[in-house]
Design a protein around this ligand. Structure first.
Ligand SMILES: [Zn+2]
Length: 371
């Protein structure tokens, strides 16, 4: 949901910063320099608070990235690739390559982030204790970072999806009931309630305390409410994909001799069957797949002289999925291979093709709307 500027890679994971993050960075530095740090590290001349605030903010956002790395490394341990870590307006996010498939995975991945924050908080607090004598200003800054990290842990332990605590809640309900969709509904409903409470609290504080900064709370609340709703909708889609066999999304392949030219394929097959994908056979063996739509993009004068064998996608370049697999595992295979097509295989024979589009169509089917 958040794109951004690629800054580098961390443990092999691309690391992005969304432009909105600069806004929040500025806001955090401002709020630290003008109100928080003077309370935590008092009696300094006022200009000192600005570089100190930038120092604290950098360590704090570094901690957020480490928190996301915690989730990421736990995911990778379960074989779930991590696409990106992104810092954005509302914090950080690790974008997983696929959804978790077991309650146990969900639980440990969710717990790993806050665990990192707890360890970091302890380390920063240790730094504060060590430096309190010789470098009191730096020590004060480290204590501030330790406190902010505890804040991250406390906020994330709130049991509303998609916060970490909400994921733990979903994992527990999922583990007990075995029902993925219902557990997501419970956790997402809790997430919506938490979001609504934050919205009202933010507005209430802004009005009664005359503190516009509280509107930030309302904004975070609104973000939570919309994420919780999206997450539940996504869970319904995923649940459907898990229960739908890939055969419902596949298109049966028509086998054609590989010696044909593009012209001959059009005249003999495409114009009569109207199908889009064809399996080419060469010397009795499946050699590759051609996509009629791709062929139409080739210059017309080449059609009579171009053998389809020279424009096919070799069969070895198309990942396969068993015909009995679920649409979900087909989508996972597509995502991991980063290809637009998959072939379905039955008894070792390629019989059909599944495109990303076909799977997306499957997701768009009307869904029953209750958990
Ligand atoms: Zn987290």
């Amino acid at each position: 949901m958040f794109g951004g500027i690629k800054v580098g890679t961390l443990a092999g994971i691309p690391f992005f910063v969304n432009p909105s993050w600069f806004l929040v960075f500025g806001f955090v530095v401002f709020s630290l320099a003008t109100s928080q740090l003077p309370l935590w590290v008092p009696n300094l001349s006022s200009w000192v608070y600005w570089p100190l605030a930038a120092f604290v903010a950098l360590l704090f956002f570094g901690s957020l990235v480490a928190h996301e790395l915690g989730h990421s490394i736990a995911s990778q341990r379960y074989g779930i690739p991590v696409r990106a870590i992104t810092l954005h307006l509302f914090g950080g996010v690790a974008q997983l390559g696929r959804e978790v498939s077991r309650a146990r995975e969900e639980f440990w991945i969710a717990v790993a982030g806050p665990a990192v924050s707890v360890v970091l908080s302890a380390l920063f607090w240790g730094g504060y204790e060590l430096l309190a004598g010789p470098l009191p200003i730096v020590a004060g800054a480290l204590r501030m970072v330790a406190v902010l990290n505890i804040g991250v842990v406390l906020f994330n332990l709130v049991p509303g999806f998609p916060l970490d605590g909400g994921r733990v809640l979903r994992a527990l309900v999922w583990g007990i009931t075995g029902n993925y969709r219902r557990s997501t509904w419970v956790a997402a409903t809790a997430g919506r309630l938490v979001g609504l409470v934050l919205i009202f609290l933010g507005i209430y504080l802004a009005v009664t305390q005359n503190d516009l900064g509280s509107l930030w709370l309302a904004l975070v609340g609104w973000f939570l409410v919309s994420l919780a709703r999206q997450s539940y909708q996504q869970a319904v889609v995923l649940d459907t994909l898990r229960k739908t066999p890939v055969s419902e999304a596949q298109v049966r392949l028509i086998t054609v001799p590989g010696r044909l030219t593009i012209d001959e394929l059009f005249a003999g097959y495409i114009s009569t069957t109207g199908r889009r994908f064809y399996l080419l056979e060469d010397a009795g063996q499946p050699a590759g797949v051609v996509d009629a739509y791709e062929l139409t993009r080739l210059p017309r004068h080449l059609w009579p002289v171009t053998p389809i064998l020279s424009v096919m996608t070799p069969i070895t370049g198309i990942p396969q999925v068993s015909l009995s697999a679920s649409a979900m595992s087909a989508l996972d295979t597509l995502e991991e291979a980063r290809t637009p097509l998959l072939r379905t295989v039955e008894d070792g024979r390629t019989i059909g093709i599944v495109s990303r589009n076909d799977l997306v169509q499957l997701m768009r089917r009307p869904q029953p709307s209750r958990a």
